[in-house]
Design a protein around this ligand. Sequence first.
Ligand code: FAD
Length: 495
Amino acid sequence: MSQIIYIPFDQLSTERGAMKVASKENDLVVLVESQRMITGRQWHRQRLQFLISSARHFAEELASDGWQVRYLKSETTKAGLKEVLQQFPHFQLVCATPNSFRLREMLSTMNATFVENDFFLTSEDMFSLWADKQKSFTMENFYRAQRKRLNILVDNGEPVGGAWNFDADNRLAPPKQHDWGSTLTFATDDVDRQVTQELPETSWGNLDGKIWGTTRAEALQQMEHFFTHHFANFGPYEDAMPNASWSGHHSLLSPYLNNGLLSPHEVVRAALNRFADGDVPISSCEGFIRQIIGWREYINGMYWYLGYDYRDNNHLNATRKLLPLFHDAQATHMNCVKSVVSDVHEYGWTHHIPRLMVLSNLALLTGVSPQDFLDWMREVFIDAADWVMVPNVIGMATHADNGVLMTKPYASGGAYISKMGQFCKECQYDPKKRTGNDACPFTTLYWDFLDRNKEAFAKNHRMFQQMAGLRRLSDLPEVRTRAQHVLSGLSSGEV
Ligand SMILES: Cc1cc2nc3c(=O)[nH]c(=O)nc-3n(C[C@H](O)[C@H](O)[C@H](O)COP(=O)(O)OP(=O)(O)OC[C@H]3O[C@@H](n4cnc5c(N)ncnc54)[C@H](O)[C@@H]3O)c2cc1C
């Protein structure tokens, strides 16, 4: 029987997913550009451009390689697929198991046949085998099990270099003088330009130049650039937030890993090959491998393991509306927030520390609704997808799940940002102060957050030290007063 091979925009691979079972002679490859996906929200321009242009390039490349391809623009994905099925009623709809609950459910209602999803290194069943045995879902334990299972950086059952984790060597602050190297830009072609012309006016963010590749060849170029120019320094400066570079020594590979242009298998292989050359420190290699075989797989595993409703958690009853500064960097005087939101506006990307310790920390401390914050993160990040944003935001970023993922919230005052970033010198707020007009909002709100949530944290032994610190504060009434001022100022865009 002939097949309709449906390729979602996050499975753009000729070697993985449904293309593995496709026949050039008999089958029709279908991609659907859903208008609802484009116009439904205030998406970042870079994001729409990247996703749509990558899909159109993929379809063009398949067609020029002799495949029969239909690239449809339709109101919804379902409507597009129905249209093709009406034209080819005897064809079987085939797709790799989708990466989101919604698409999986929708395709099930259309009687699609699912083939194995091999865009990850760990199947759902394999992850459940691990998760079912855990008392708490500690990523580090999962990661070590992955190292052994996949036999990566393991020698006779022992970790290469003598330790499983070299983070103690990493976490360096950005130096005053440092060569942060270059970032790639790509040449635009007719497909890119056509997509740009069609972007809806409601979209947000900058789109000058082409910093995100839209073909497999460009994704490979980005990977090569990382391993040649940044990999060796990746570990030590992984958490640093320098002024002089928007991407530091990060790989910028997440968009390609998430839309299928690259696979985690080949990225890991390339990392190990580069490490074998001998001039990349183990702290960088291990740190990077941990992100791919540890964090990325863990987050995907937890997405499926915790189920669809996990996204609705709001354990700390956070109900504040999204702050205006998230869409307008000028709506705050906080230098770190202004700078990070400007980067998001510019590139649709910042690395994990600004995401976690600046943007999410602010949402957490101010009590912004986790669901509103999740929506915003999904709209503005180039690499966002349901499977990756839901656990990262609901679990890691906002502690809305009562510690299912992370046993304590990633809440912090201005000191951490001052140490790992270069924002505070130019800022009107002082990270050391918690009261007074020039007190850093992060520092004030950190204590106020602990105070507001002291009952929720009372039994959390990992919060014991912080809560003891709170009890020792002699100026808590003044902190509370300043916090009210800061909270209303942030909501009105004046702090
Ligand atoms: C609140 C929050 C939201 C995030 N949202 C996303 C998201 O929507 N999409 C996304 O791909 N990553 C997300 N991350 C993880 C991480 O910030 C990005 O993967 C990373 O910044 C991408 O840049 P890079 O490719 O240069 O990563 P590198 O620092 O070079 O790391 C290499 C790779 O590791 C993987 N990785 C590392 N950490 C994670 C993680 N926590 N979850 C999943 N993959 C991880 C990514 O594939 C990344 O490409 C989020 C992190 C936080 C704290």
